[in-house]
Design a protein around this ligand. Structure first.
Ligand SMILES: C[S@@+](CC[C@H](N)C(=O)[O-])C[C@H]1O[C@@H](n2cnc3c(N)ncnc32)[C@H](O)[C@@H]1O
Length: 218
């Protein structure tokens, strides 16, 4: 009996030494009921997203990035009717996080609110009807995940405003970026690539998702 107890204690000590405590604490929250609700909503609405929404492959990529980084405080600039927001918030429902999303258009904002509700994700989303030019400056943060998908000619300004509020280890993503095509974002790609404290890659499988990891404060 005594030998068994000692064996058990040794086993527990060994497990604690091998599995870092933060990995145990950061386990993803599974919610099969919510998963089923989100999947049903997405399947019923597939092919109906016509408000400049991201392709589904990019939405899935955003979901994967949030899950992989176990991010919990996300910001989206450009909600539209909520497709990308749904994928980001779905991932955040598993990491225990929340999304702040902003759009200036009242009609799309209202539809997004309805969509978030139908998908069962409202409690993970704080949706603002506002001009992101001013609201992004006012938001305190800190953030660890950002998706920038509003007015392209403001991309660099958004980045400059958010950068001090993005945690080291965080991820800043920007949509509709291409090596050759420029859609009003000027020298944004060159600017981001010139930053020594960011590690940037371009995923061109969908609409062009620039993925920038913050590796150091400066
Ligand atoms: C490409 S759509 C966003 C699509 C959305 N991310 C999705 O995939 O479902 C861009 C949105 O940015 C919004 N937008 C443009 N300028 C803005 C501004 N200054 N402040 C807030 N939203 C803005 C537009 O109203 C539009 O709905």
């Amino acid at each position: 009996m005594k030998t068994k107890m000692i064996g058990l204690i040794l086993c527990l000590l060994l497990t604690a030494a091998i599995v870092p405590i933060e990995l145990i604490a950061q386990a993803l929250k599974e919610n099969p009921v919510l998963d089923a609700k989100v999947k049903k909503f997405l399947s019923e609405n597939s092919g109906r997203w016509q408000d400049m929404n991201v392709p589904t492959s990019d939405a899935q990529l955003l979901y994967d990035l949030v899950i992989k980084g176990k991010y919990t405080s996300a910001l989206e600039i450009g909600t539209s009717t909520g497709l990308s927001g749904i994928y980001i918030a779905w991932a955040l429902s598993k990491t225990g996080g929340k999304l702040i999303t902003i759009d200036i258009d009242e009609g799309r904002h209202k539809i997004a609110l309805e969509n978030f509700k139908k998908a069962g994700l409202s409690e993970y989303i704080d949706a603002h009807l506002a001009d992101a030019h001013s609201l992004v400056k006012e938001l305190k943060g800190p953030f660890d995940f950002v998706f920038s998908d509003a007015d392209k000619n403001w991309y660099k300004n958004y980045f400059i405003d958010v950068d001090p509020k993005l945690k080291v280890g965080g991820c800043y993503t920007t949509h509709n970026i291409s090596e050759t095509r420029r859609m009003g974002e000027g020298n944004y790609l060159e600017y981001i690539r010139s930053l020594k404290n960011y590690e940037t890659t371009l995923n061109s499988a969908g609409g062009g998702l620039l993925i920038s990891y913050k590796r150091a404060e400066k």
